[in-house]
Design a protein around this ligand. Structure first.
Ligand code: P6P
Length: 336
């Protein structure tokens, strides 16, 4: 199995295809489709500010197209790429009210996979040049192959995912993903448009000293979260921890996976189930976290064991270094 930093994403996919239990080449084609869409979205994200300036010359952007919100554009690019490759039978997206059944030809019904995406998470940060990300989650369909895709194909527990990952459009663009055999990070060389295996076998440190939560909502948090935040700030043992909150889940998660830390988006008196979406934010990040020896919880139990009830449902999210999440769960158990 290739593990050196000269390995390209394409080489890695081919090398590891045989080790994937469902290996039929379709999943590899699917990851390759995501790779292409990531490069296209990266191009658009990286010139967002420029496009705004050029856009002032008229109501069209640099390509002469009607200027679109970047998250709508990212959504279209990922959906278009996945459709064109004729690999999946259905797509769900944060930007789409309902799932998209891809049945343009009989072949579509033969496809085994459904993809769920948050095409541009944290897109409000685009205007202030802060990194944003794309999150994706892949399942095998559960309804019979050959029939149209159905809602139950999307409402699967996160434990059923066959692959999940994110692209972070930051100081460098990275694609980080898992197919259930650990987590690997690939960095884009923009000069040649190739992703290289820059971060093999990524793992959360078991402990960390970073906590990521929007403390502006402190007064609305459950008492258990308030008590955990005070624990992080207390002058004793390995504390106080450092507070780091970017306002972009992918960025906070990525930093915490490398340095050690916990990200929390809890429920509150103003958001009864928190803000993050289970299907295309929490489940994929939870799959990655567990594969990276971390932990992901709703404050009481594993995110991946939650049975989804609806496409855009929200859940509280505690995710990161295993010992930190366990400590937060202790506080939630005592005073939710
Ligand atoms: P708040 C972005 O909108 C997002 O979904 C996550 O990427 C981010 O961590 C969170 O919401 C920020 O939300 O309420 O703290 O601004």
């Amino acid at each position: 199995m290739l593990r050196n930093k000269n390995t390209t994403l394409g080489e890695y996919i081919i090398e590891n295809q045989s080790s994937f239990q469902y290996s039929s080449g379709e999943l590899s084609k699917l990851i390759n489709a995501i790779r292409l869409a990531a490069k296209v979205v990266n191009y658009e994200v990286n010139k967002a500010g420029l496009v705004d300036i050029l856009g002032d010359a008229g109501d069209t952007n640099i390509q002469g197209e009607d200027q679109q919100k970047l998250d709508v554009l990212a959504n279209q690019k990922f959906i278009q790429t996945l459709k064109n490759r004729e690999i999946v039978c259905g797509i769900a997206s944060e930007e789409e009210d309902h799932f998209i059944a891809i049945n343009s030809s009989d072949q579509q019904h033969q496809n085994k996979y459904v993809v769920l995406i948050d095409p541009l998470d944290g897109s409000s940060n685009i205007d202030v040049n802060v990194s944003v990300g794309t999150i994706f989650s892949i399942y095998r369909r559960v309804t019979p192959i050959g029939t149209p895709v159905a809602m139950e194909d999307f409402l699967q527990p996160g434990r059923n995912q066959v692959a999940a990952g994110y692209i972070i459009y930051g100081t460098s663009t990275m694609l980080v993903y898992t197919t259930g055999d650990g987590v690997n990070g690939f960095t884009l060389n923009p000069a040649i448009g190739t992703f290289y295996l820059s971060h093999p076998n990524m793992q959360f440190p078991e402990r960390g000293n970073i906590y990521s939560v929007n403390e502006g909502n402190y007064n609305h948090f459950p008492q258990g979260v308030k008590n955990y935040i005070k624990y992080c700030q207390k002058e004793e043992e390995d504390r106080p921890y450092t507070s780091r909150y970017i306002g972009s889940l992918v960025s906070d998660f990525h930093r915490n996976m490398i340095k050690g830390g916990i990200y929390i988006y809890p429920k509150s008196s103003t958001a009864s189930n928190g803000k993050l979406r289970l299907l295309y934010e929490c489940n994929p990040m939870a799959f990655i976290a567990e594969q990276a020896q971390g932990k992901a919880s709703d404050g009481f139990g594993p995110i991946l064991d939650i049975k989804p009830e609806e496409l855009h449902q929200r859940v509280p999210f505690f995710c990161g270094s295993k010992k930190m999440v366990e400590k937060a769960e202790e506080f939630m158990a005592h005073q939710a």
